[in-house]
Write a protein that binds this ligand. Structure first.
Ligand code: BES
Ligand code: ZN
Length: 628
């Protein structure tokens, strides 16, 4: 497999080289049909979130040589790129943010460089003089202790991890930080000897004696998939191509929790084709990780909050694994096309869950997804209705603004509508061919819609049944949105109603028969104005503060805040101070603010803020009106 991919890359870069030569040729030398073919290949969607101009000079391979300094909280490194330049190229543009550039060489010779003005979110362009024959550019630099991608954990078990998506790679590597630019990489990283270094690449399974590690990523990836983690972790194999990394306190629990990863990988391959990355391992990060998971190739980064002890939260693994196709293999061209990454991934995630755990489970998940979507559509319609389009318009905005249920769940329901319109078999063939024929390429919304028209919605009847424009460039949730039905969730809803009416007592509720999805549904649908005394009844019956399931705990704590059920507030504080996952933090802090408890929110936040990642503090600072 690796061999095939390398050969393919070589072919591609060869084609790229020819292409660049061709650009400089006088027109008559290229046959018209060929020429337009070449021009089409050259076409790149404009990425408003990168200063780079890959059509002039593009990076194809990175050699990264780095030393990680925990005391100074910085990395000193050299990034050496192989580049391909157009014949009349004058400069290579790299994205940088908060980097100190020491020196630059071009084909081994010292070269001048220029840093442009700093822009919000984007940082600044680093401009390096090149010509049509330049082969190699090297940048020596140091990162800032406040680099937004990093989270440094101090104490007994020091840890560093990066989060590059969407545009934070530029805070630790000067790069063409656009999802439309792919490159292979190799790295040499030096870390303190008691720690292991891991990357989105071929990884070690044991610590080295001297703290030096070498990495190779042979498949070309976009910069947002660059990842590094450094910590005192161990490795356990859980299958032929799968394994987990975690600190010693979590390694046994992780091995149990993620034991079914290989089954998921097999199911995924059966659905949409061969896994392109050879191994699929998962790294359990410190609880400060701002996301649930991040699909770094070969090594998913995951929050420890999905370790529930009963494998009930593994759909997150299915999601990150699915990105190995939707996102990592076929990549959104710009952040406006984010739904092509996430909507496809939620759809694929559900299919993996259905294949491994059955339709009952996946339909419960879809029901929760539907409810989350309806709630978020309502909320966004009040603020910025155009943000409910699948195709986003994030120019001059933080691409982080696109991380809503629209890309994920509206995207999912759009694909589900396609499946239900053409039938599962036809749709599966379509998707499989889509992934295979666009492997290691970028995809923008228009190109996808053309592909869809040509290959799936090829009759007027199908087109009008789906109504693509209403989904992609229209507001809200179109009326042909598929319906989900889960008998188990319907029973929970009936039970909740009975409890609200007072016809079922708290200790008569079938809590112990309920799966996490059912418990979550019950707690997250309690009316906002539920009295504290009624929560006390539930608490007495179920002792929810001590649940090991963080989704259930989250739903409970949010309601405890809304009902001012103060006996839960000690747990509330330990949760907010111990966990940095933004999906949990935002609704809880928001509930505190909305219910007149902003002082308590700010008091807890004061204690918690130093432990959170910049992605989380960015959102919480704004929400709580705290100066960054
Ligand atoms: N790629 C995303 C995380 C992401 C998106 C980071 C945009 C930065 C910018 C990842 O695959 C993801 O979607 N994670 C979800 C979990 C998933 C099960 C919905 C999360 O972290 O909540
Ligand atoms: Zn995702």
């Amino acid at each position: 497999m690796a061999h095939q991919i390398t050969a393919m890359n070589m072919l591609k870069s060869l084609a790229g080289g020819l292409l660049l030569v061709a650009v400089g040729c006088s027109a008559p030398e290229v046959a018209p049909s060929k020429k337009s073919q070449l021009a089409a290949d050259m076409k790149r969607a404009t990425d408003h979130h990168s200063f780079s101009k890959p059509e002039e000079a593009v990076t194809t391979h990175l050699k990264w040589d780095a030393k990680v300094d925990f005391d100074q909280r910085q990395i000193t490194a050299t990034a050496t790129y192989q580049v391909q330049t157009a014949k009349d190229a004058e400069r290579l543009l790299l994205d940088c943010r908060d980097l100190t550039i020491h020196s630059v060489t071009v084909d081994g010779q010292d070269a001048p460089f220029e840093l442009g003005p700093v822009r919000p979110f984007l940082g600044q362009p680093l401009s390096i003089p090149v010509t049509g024959t330049t082969k190699e550019v090297s940048v020596a630099y140091t990162t800032s202790p406040d680099a937004a991608a990093f989270l440094w954990v101090e104490g007994e078990s020091p840890f560093l991890f990066t989060q590059s998506q969407a545009i934070l790679a530029r805070t630790w590597v000067p790069c063409q930080d656009s999802p439309g630019v792919r490159f292979t990489y190799e790295a040499h990283v030096e870390v303190p000897t008691e720690l292991m270094a891991l990357m989105s690449a071929v990884n070690p399974t044991e610590k080295s004696a001297d703290g030096h590690y070498d990495f190779v990523m042979e498949q070309p990836i976009p910069s947002y998939l660059l990842a590094l983690a450094v910590g005192d972790v161990e490795f356990r194999s859980v299958g032929a191509h799968t394994g987990v990394y975690a600190t010693s306190d979590l390694i046994d629990a992780s091995e149990y929790e993620f034991a079914e990863m290989e089954d998921m990988l097999v199911a995924a391959e059966e659905l949409y084709g061969k896994y392109a990355w050879e191994r699929y391992d998962l790294l359990v990060l410190p609880a400060a990780f701002p996301f649930g998971g991040m699909e770094n190739p070969r090594l998913t980064f995951a929050t420890p909050t999905i370790i529930a002890g009963d494998r009930s939260l593994v759909s997150l693994v299915a999601h990150e694994l699915a990105h190995s196709w939707s996102g990592n293999l076929v990549t959104n061209a710009t952040w406006d096309d984010f739904w092509l990454n996430e909507g496809f991934t939620v759809y694929f995630e559900q299919r993996i869950m259905e294949a491994v755990y059955g339709r009952d489970i996946s339909e419960m998940l879809s029901t929760l997804s539907y409810q989350g979507l309806v709630d978020e559509v309502d909320a966004i319609m009040d603020v910025n209705p155009n943000d409910t389009h699948l195709r986003l318009h994030l120019k001059d905005r933080d691409p982080d603004d696109g991380m809503t249920a629209i890309a994920y769940d509206k995207g999912y329901f759009f694909l589900r509508l396609l499946e239900e319109t053409v039938g599962r078999e036809t749709f599966d063939n379509f998707l499989k061919t889509y992934f295979t024929s666009h492997a290691f390429q970028v995809m923008d919304t228009d190109t996808f819609l053309d592909y869809l028209d040509d290959n799936l919605l090829n009759t007027e009847e199908l087109r009008s049944a789906v109504n693509v424009p209403a989904w992609v460039d229209g507001q809200g949730l179109p009326s042909n949105c598929p319906e989900v039905k889960s008998a188990r969730i319907e029973r929970v809803d009936a039970t909740l109603n009975a409890w609200i009416q007072g016809t079922t007592a708290s200790d008569a509720l079938p809590w112990s028969d309920w799966l996490y999805q059912e418990r979550y549904r019950f707690l997250s649908n309690l009316p906002d104005n539920t009295e504290a005394a009624r929560l006390a009844e539930l608490d007495a019956a179920w002792d929810i503060n001590s649940t090991g399931n963080n989704e259930v705990l989250f739903a409970w704590l949010e309601q405890a805040v809304r009902s001012q059920h103060t006996p839960a507030y000690d747990r509330l504080r330990t949760f907010l101070v111990g966990v940095g996952r933004r999906k949990f933090l935002t609704p809880i802090y928001k509930a505190l603010v909305e219910t007149g408890q902003a002082d308590l929110a700010r008091d807890i936040y004061k204690e918690a803020r130093p432990l959170y990642h910049s992605v989380a503090t960015g959102t919480m600072d704004e929400l709580l009106g705290v100066e960054g």
